[in-house]
Design a protein around this ligand. Sequence first.
Ligand SMILES: C[S@@+](CC[C@H](N)C(=O)[O-])C[C@H]1O[C@@H](n2cnc3c(N)ncnc32)[C@H](O)[C@@H]1O
Length: 296
Amino acid sequence: MKRESLPTAAKRDSVNSLKQAVSKIEGWLTDEEGKLLYKLAKSCTGKGVIVEIGSYKGRSTIWLAEGSKAGNRVKVYAIDPHTGSTEHRRMYGKVWTFPEFVRNIKMRGLDDIVVPIVKTSEDAERCWNQKPVELLWIDGAHDYEMVKLDVELWFSHLVWGGWIAFHDSIVYPGPRKVVEELLKGNYLADVGLVDSITFGRKVKSIGWRDRLRNRYILWVKMRMVEYEKLFVSFLKLTFDTIVRLHLPDFLKRTVQKFSMAIDSREHGLPLYEIYYHSPLGRYGLFQRLKGFQGMF
Ligand SMILES: C[S@@+](CC[C@H](N)C(=O)[O-])C[C@H]1O[C@@H](n2cnc3c(N)ncnc32)[C@H](O)[C@@H]1O
């Protein structure tokens, strides 16, 4: 059996304990997405800072700050008005996440790396002291106009060769459209997908390899959306058929609940695992797209 080296085992253990700690914080980031943020933050050299748009209770902030701590201790500017996005306010009413955010950051001992900015990304940019940005993580408001505004405001602060990453860029229409526009443009190289994140490096102009890769990624993203729609239609049809059968009431009620849960998901189901384990994934195409192999 192959023996794991001590540093590799130690690294794996520390990431596992980080995964466990972060899983207790409410949020939507998956472990794979967290690991990607960790790796991107760790790779920052210090020629710019890390900017996060949308921190909520600190799940992604912690992955970023821990990665930065393992690297060059680049500061993480965590921008969020902490009053929630439209969908949070609809779900929970009035939202105020700042105290919980601060508690979570303190609990991990990351308050020397994380600089909270309790403002919208627009207001924060207005007061920005022109520090260059080496990693820009966008997970704030999800409407198309707002995500576009985030890019318009912050992309110019990103250094050449710096990373930009978007959450919810597969099934959420807003981030997806902005990412598709960027992929059709001339400035994103080394693009990859990890679960719902699309990330890439800002360059002055892309060569034919990146152009082809970006087109391929666009194609993959469109297929993902189509598969997702097909899968949801299939589930709905199955549930509706079951409900019409002669079955005990409690069973019908349960199936109806599932059916309603699907309807109430505004932006579909996160089915990345299905895509990643589909024949496309198995033939290695997704694996390659996922980039950053052998991170831990
Ligand atoms: C999806 S949550 C972020 C989740 C967080 N990244 C995580 O991993 O747990 C979106 C956050 O964006 C914030 N937000 C909404 N509009 C914003 C804006 N214009 N600028 C910055 N943040 C915004 C909300 O307050 C909310 O906390």
